[in-house]
Design a protein around this ligand. Structure first.
Ligand code: SAM
Length: 211
């Protein structure tokens, strides 16, 4: 049996209080951003790190939704939420770093606040490139390390404590990781605060050139 990853342990432990912890940010920022991110989706959609299913209310009708998460406890909550919404979704426990899908399966991949938590973000992002169709799109909302030198250094300092208490890393350089995984960034926008990014990416025509 493979060894349990730290993120599975952390999120299993905090699943019961995750929605409660996030409520203020959700009300102030995130729910609006989720709605905007997901409003134009169609076809086959993979959501990675679906968590407690906070994006589920915002999927347009008719999408063929698959959701994965490494934490069974978080996924249980997503499943309850999908049931309450009457939404059909194929929800599975799976590691984004070892996706059990064929190459080029999905039209869209949705990721919100996940690559701050994974063990090896570049490996996971490479997997997204593999299972995304050639003409597919990756839509991400992520918080990242600040570009401000002092704030960035503070984020590095407090990262181990925040990771332990709340789950995520607060100092990930996600745009660099996206490029390192051989994906092409179509656009990246600061949303609300300097550290919150909406990133749109796709498979690179020639990944070697981008790295
Ligand atoms: C901060 S939560 C975000 C949940 C949800 N996407 C949201 O927007 O509320 C991060 C989620 O990513 C999941 N996760 C972390 N590492 C993962 C991995 N290697 N594979 C799949 N899911 C992972 C966690 O279990 C957790 O549910």
């Amino acid at each position: 049996m493979p060894e349990e990853k730290p993120e599975a342990r952390i999120y299993d432990r905090i699943a019961w209080r995750y929605d409660l912890l996030e409520t203020p940010m959700e009300k102030m920022f995130f729910s609006r951003l989720r709605k905007e991110l997901l409003s134009d989706l169609r076809g086959s959609v993979l959501e990675v790190g679906v968590g407690t299913g906070k994006n589920l209310p915002y999927y347009p009708p008719g999408v063929e939704l698959t959701g994965i998460d490494i934490s069974p406890r978080m996924l249980e909550r997503a499943s309850g939420r999908a049931g309450a919404l009457g939404l059909e979704a194929d929800l599975r426990v799976m590691d984004v770093e070892e996706l059990e899908f064929d190459d080029q399966t999905f039209d869209f991949i949705v990721v919100t606040f996940v690559f701050c938590s994974t063990t090896d973000p570049v490996k996971g992002l490479r997997e997204l490139g593999r299972v995304l169709k050639d003409a597919g799109t990756i839509l991400m909302l992520e918080h990242v390390r600040s570009e401000n030198r002092c704030l960035g250094a503070l984020m590095d300092l407090f990262n181990p404590l925040v990771r332990r208490l709340f789950g995520p890393n607060i100092n990930r350089r996600t745009e660099e990781n996206v490029r390192a995984a051989g994906l092409e960034i179509v656009s990246t926008e600061k949303r609300g605060t300097e550290i919150l990014r909406k990133i749109v990416a796709r498979r690179a025509a020639n990944p070697e050139k981008l790295v």
